[in-house]
Design a protein around this ligand. Structure first.
Ligand SMILES: NC(=O)C1=CN([C@@H]2O[C@H](COP(=O)(O)OP(=O)(O)OC[C@H]3O[C@@H](n4cnc5c(N)ncnc54)[C@H](OP(=O)(O)O)[C@@H]3O)[C@@H](O)[C@H]2O)C=CC1
Ligand SMILES: Nc1nc(=O)c2c([nH]1)NC[C@@H]1CN(c3ccc(C(=O)N[C@@H](CCC(=O)O)C(=O)O)cc3)C=[N+]21
Ligand SMILES: [Mg+2]
Length: 289
């Protein structure tokens, strides 16, 4: 079987073209320019890739981007004060705190301090609850939303398919499970304590991997015809001392077995950014009475 690559980059570029037009319209008709504030504390490699690309894309669609690069030593109180200011600032429509945060900071307390109507990452209790209940008016986390869009484009129907998700974070695995359940998939979630994840993976019609373990999923984990969504963003150093990004799936090993796969880079990453811009545009529109 020839494995087809899922082109997230061109999917995202179609999305951002439409968003750019809608931003222009919002400016002309309502004099509103969507603004996104991003808080990055310390230096996590995957976050640095994200921040770099999203700043570029934010400007490209005509939105404003407010970067807060804070040192590793920043205190919980300083971050909470910053969020309190951003919550009140009328130029800011979306607030995103990059995860993971350095040890010593309480990520949950910090995330829950974001006002739900600016929570474009969809991580507050309010938006998490909205998603769990199937309400359509909350913010859905950008990465699972992007993965769902790619799956809907690539597969004619998701109903009755067995989706196996490896990784159970609040940012990715859990909301992904909610979304696929609502689409009629049978969902299995594997995590660090799961025994024989390879056995579950072999039963998957759709396999979604978001663990942060580079090349965790081997060729032997994959049955003929599986569609693979590789969410992992791992920066490694090659023999000739260059850095490159690789996913959570041993890409070369699954070629010829999987029906389709998202490459890293060029798969889920760009779509995550497009979904973030989509949510930020929505947050700006929601301020219109
Ligand atoms: N492409 C994109 O747009 C995005 C990429 N990412 C990337 O995806 C990856 C995951 O991100 P995120 O969900 O935030 O990470 P987290 O570290 O928050 O969560 C990882 C999850 O995977 C589980 N896990 C870790 N190792 C294993 C293993 N060996 N076997 C099975 N399960 C395992 C963890 O279990 P436990 O909790 O029990 O330890 C946890 O549930 C990272 O590489 C990140 O950079 C993230 C978001 C967006
Ligand atoms: N609160 C929070 N929300 C997140 O969604 C979140 C986060 N924290 N922390 C870090 C991870 C990682 N993440 C990425 C998104 C896009 C690319 C991306 O643009 N990737 C390009 C990289 C292209 C390149 O520069 O080579 C690609 O895969 O093609 C990468 C990583 C979002 N995350
Ligand atoms: Mg994380």
């Amino acid at each position: 079987m020839k494995t087809q690559l899922i082109d997230g980059k061109s999917f995202a570029s179609n999305m951002t073209q439409k968003i750019a037009l809608e931003v222009k319209q919002l400016q002309q008709e309502k004099n509103i320019t969507p603004g996104l504030a991003v808080i990055l504390v310390g230096n996590d490699p995957a976050s640095e890739v994200y921040v770099r690309n999203k700043t570029k894309q934010t400007h490209r669609v005509g939105m404003r981007s407010f970067m807060h690069l804070l040192p590793e030593t920043t205190t919980q109180e300083e971050i909470l004060n910053l969020i309190a200011r951003l919550n009140k600032d009328p130029d800011i429509h979306g607030i995103l705190v990059q995860l993971p945060l350095p040890k010593g900071l309480n990520a949950d307390t910090i995330i829950q301090a974001i006002t739900p109507h600016k929570d474009v990452d969809g991580l507050t209790a309010y938006n998490t609850g909205k998603l769990a209940l199937g309400h359509k008016d909350g913010f859905i986390p950008c990465t699972p939303l992007g993965c769902l869009m790619l799956l809907q484009k690539e597969l004619s129907s998701l109903k009755g398919l067995h989706a196996v998700i490896i990784g159970a974070s609040n940012l990715m695995g859990k909301p992904m499970a909610q979304l696929l359940l609502q689409e009629g998939c049978t969902v299995t979630i594997a995590h660090i304590h799961t025994r024989n994840p390879e056995k579950l993976a072999r039963q998957a019609d759709i396999l979604i991997v978001a663990t942060g373990c580079s090349e965790l999923v081997k060729g032997s984990w994959i049955s003929e015809g599986t569609t693979i969504i590789d969410v992992g963003i791992n920066r490694i150093t090659t023999k000739d001392n260059k850095t490159k990004l690789i996913g959570d799936v041993a890409f070369e090993e699954v070629l010829g077995k999987a029906a389709k796969i998202t490459p890293v880079p060029g798969g889920v990453g760009p779509v995550t950014i497009a979904c973030l811009l989509h949510n930020t545009l929505q947050a700006a529109r929601n301020t219109i009475k």
